[in-house]
Design a protein around this ligand. Structure first.
Ligand code: GP9
Ligand code: MN
Length: 622
């Protein structure tokens, strides 16, 4: 009896020794694996470079303001790198060897895609954006323009790994699959990440305001906590969660109702009330049109002579802030027509194209007896605008398939051809009507070909991004001039109000670094401060410049007031306010910056961003 017990213990001990031996061998196998070591170091350096880059404003140079971490969570970074490299040990021979290069190429693609997206949108890619791949049509120039010289650093290590892999071919030919090495590299990081999540996120024992697996209002913070590898793993979980139907709790519903109530300003009506009652409403959203070009000249030539002329008979808002987010152009359409901020993750039009907005601008105009139409020079699938605008309330929608595509510049139909064909289309509409259109030609990368350039720029400006931008804006301005002339010829202008605004910044949105590093620039080119012009033109109107700070979310209440809608039609459903009858002067940017007159209510208005997110995700107005 005693001897059998002893022999059992001996067997167990030898099994255990055997196991420890195997673990030790696998550990040595990892330690002595040269290609693994180099891959690890290179990926680590690349990750740190990425985090430092996104700590600068436009991710074009190494930033010093490392986002929200007093010390970078290096062990978390190591864990995610280890996790991704662990899979190499499931392969044998040359597959094992080349796995590292293939993985590095894949990860580099993600890093670069994130950087480029961040440079234009101040956000990182999410799985929701996979739905928006149709947008990449004709966009290659704009996408490639987001690359910067520093990005070369991200591909250098791929070359190093290729050279090393060729060099080591012979050594690795007979490498065996090693399940235990895989498990060590996979399970240890998982255990560590679970521990750190529990300690920092649940017990809150990290540094102040520090967290790991949590969505921050600033995506940089989440990225700096998790690395792009961890960020996209975590995003997969968030994607799953966000795809579940969102039901508001009773308290969330009350919060929304109270917010709308508290936001209201009760002020006596003024001269703007119903100023344009009964007139047709023609809205033109101009691509990348910034405010700094308005009323300015280059070499004595006006950049926007037609818009400048319009100002004599317009209400001109010169502190009107763009508030677009992941849906760029489409977000400007959403903001203007629904008075809601775009959702915080992915594009609103792609994620929620079927939402209903009872008090949208087209619906308000319909209630005033208007016929409504939305017209784009691009395909209805671009940003999914056609189904989304239909749901928002436009009765008739015309996309590029309606037009004769006889002249293409950059993204699509030229502004010249589009606006020439648009005039007769809207003239034919049953009056009164509300027509909503966008222009395309002044889209990034701002490189018009010679025959379309009109400004006579100095050699030092011609060929720069700023010079290209001026030429694009001048081109669009000319086409808007022709468009208005055509409407005038048919007497339509006598009975219409024309509203023109920029969808978002252009040269300052995508190429701020190039603007900053320009030599021989004039001081007014430096900053545009997120402003886009809002011009509300009506023949015979006495021009006025209104310097109240506001944003695109305020479009709907402001226009509705001018068109004569009753305020009850928008006050309890618009996040924005009527800029023509308000004591407040501020706007909130998509990155939650508060711009304008400081007040005790900053936080209250900032909340509008989160409430919009909930309203859209729960289809609150249905
Ligand atoms: C086409 C175009 C897209 O809809 O306006 O512009 P973007 O969203 O890239 O600014
Ligand atoms: Mn745009």
């Amino acid at each position: 009896m005693e001897t059998s017990k002893n022999s059992n213990i001996k067997i167990k001990k030898s099994l255990f020794d055997d196991f420890i031996n195997k673990v030790y061998l696998s550990y040595s196998n990892i330690k002595e694996n040269k290609i693994f070591k180099y891959s690890f170091i290179l990926l680590f350096i690349k990750t740190i470079l990425f985090i430092l880059l996104i700590s600068s404003d436009k991710a074009v140079s190494i930033g010093t303001n490392i986002t929200f971490h007093s010390v970078l969570p290096i062990l978390v970074y190591i864990s995610f790198i280890s996790l991704s490299l662990s899979f190499a040990f499931l392969f044998k021979g040359l597959c094992h060897l080349w796995f590292f290069t293939v993985l590095d190429i894949l990860i580099t693609t993600i890093y670069i895609a994130d950087l480029w997206y961040y440079r234009s949108n101040h956000a990182f890619l999410s799985y929701h954006m996979l739905k928006a791949t149709s947008n990449l049509n004709n966009l290659s120039d704009s996408v490639l323009a987001m690359g910067r010289r520093i990005d070369i650093l991200f591909i250098l290590d791929i070359l190093v790994l290729i050279i090393l892999s060729i060099k080591y071919s012979k050594i690795y030919k007979n490498t065996k699959r090693n399940l235990l090495s895989f498990l060590i590299l996979f399970l240890l990081p998982v255990l560590y990440l679970t521990y750190v999540h529990y300690k920092v996120d649940i017990l809150k024992k990290g540094f102040e305001n520090e967290f790991i697996f949590k969505t921050s209002w600033s995506q940089n913070q989440t990225m700096a906590s998790l690395t792009p590898i961890g960020y996209h793993i975590f995003d997969l979980y968030r994607y799953y969660e966000e795809c579940q139907p969102y039901n508001l709790s009773k308290s969330e519903e009350n919060e929304i109702k109270n917010w709308f109530k508290q936001k209201q300003e009760v002020l006596p009506d003024n001269k703007y009330k119903a100023l344009f009652k009964g007139k047709n409403l023609i809205v033109l959203q101009a691509e990348s049109l910034e405010n700094f070009v308005i009323n300015n000249k280059i070499n004595g030539e006006e950049i926007t002579p037609n818009l400048n002329k319009l100002l004599r008979n317009s209400l001109y808002f010169n502190n009107y802030i763009e508030q677009t987010y992941n849906g760029t152009t489409s977000d400007a359409e959403l903001l203007s027509n629904t008075s809601l901020y775009p959702i915080r993750s992915g594009s609103t039009f792609f994620r929620y194209p079927d939402n209903t907005y009872k008090n949208s601008l087209p619906n308000i105009m319909k209630s005033l007896g208007y016929n409504t139409l939305a017209v784009h020079p691009d395909k209805g699938s671009y940003w999914n605008w056609l189904p989304a605008l239909k749901s928002i309330g436009f009765e008739n929608c015309y996309d590029s398939s309606y037009f004769n595509i006889d002249e293409v510049i950059g993204l699509g139909l030229s502004d010249r051809s589009f606006l020439k064909q648009l005039a007769p289309l809207i003239e034919r509409q049953k009056k009164p009507f509300y027509s909503f259109s966008i222009t395309l030609t002044s889209h990034s990368p701002f490189s018009l070909s010679k025959q379309y350039k009109q400004l006579h720029l100095d050699n030092s400006l011609e060929g720069t991004r700023m010079g290209g931008y001026f030429q694009c804006v001048k081109y669009t301005d000319t086409q808007i001039g022709v468009f208005l002339d055509n409407l005038n010829k048919s007497d339509l202008l006598d009975n219409s109000v024309v509203v023109i605004y920029g969808d978002h910044e252009g040269v300052h949105k995508f190429f701020k670094d190039e603007v900053d590093s320009m030599k021989n620039k004039e001081s007014w080119w430096d900053n545009n401060d997120l402003r886009v012009p809002l011009i509300i033109y009506s023949k015979g109107l006495k021009g006025e410049t209104i310097s109240t700070t506001g944003g695109q979310v305020d479009f709907l209440p402001t226009i509705s007031y001018l068109m004569g809608a009753d305020s009850s039609q928008y006050t309890s459903s618009s996040i924005g306010r009527n800029l023509l009858n308000t004591k407040r002067s501020f706007a909130i940017t998509s990155t939650r910056q508060y711009i304008g007159q400081d007040s005790k209510e900053n936080d209250f208005f900032l909340k509008g961003i989160d409430l919009s997110d909930k309203i859209i995700r729960a289809d609150y107005f249905k």
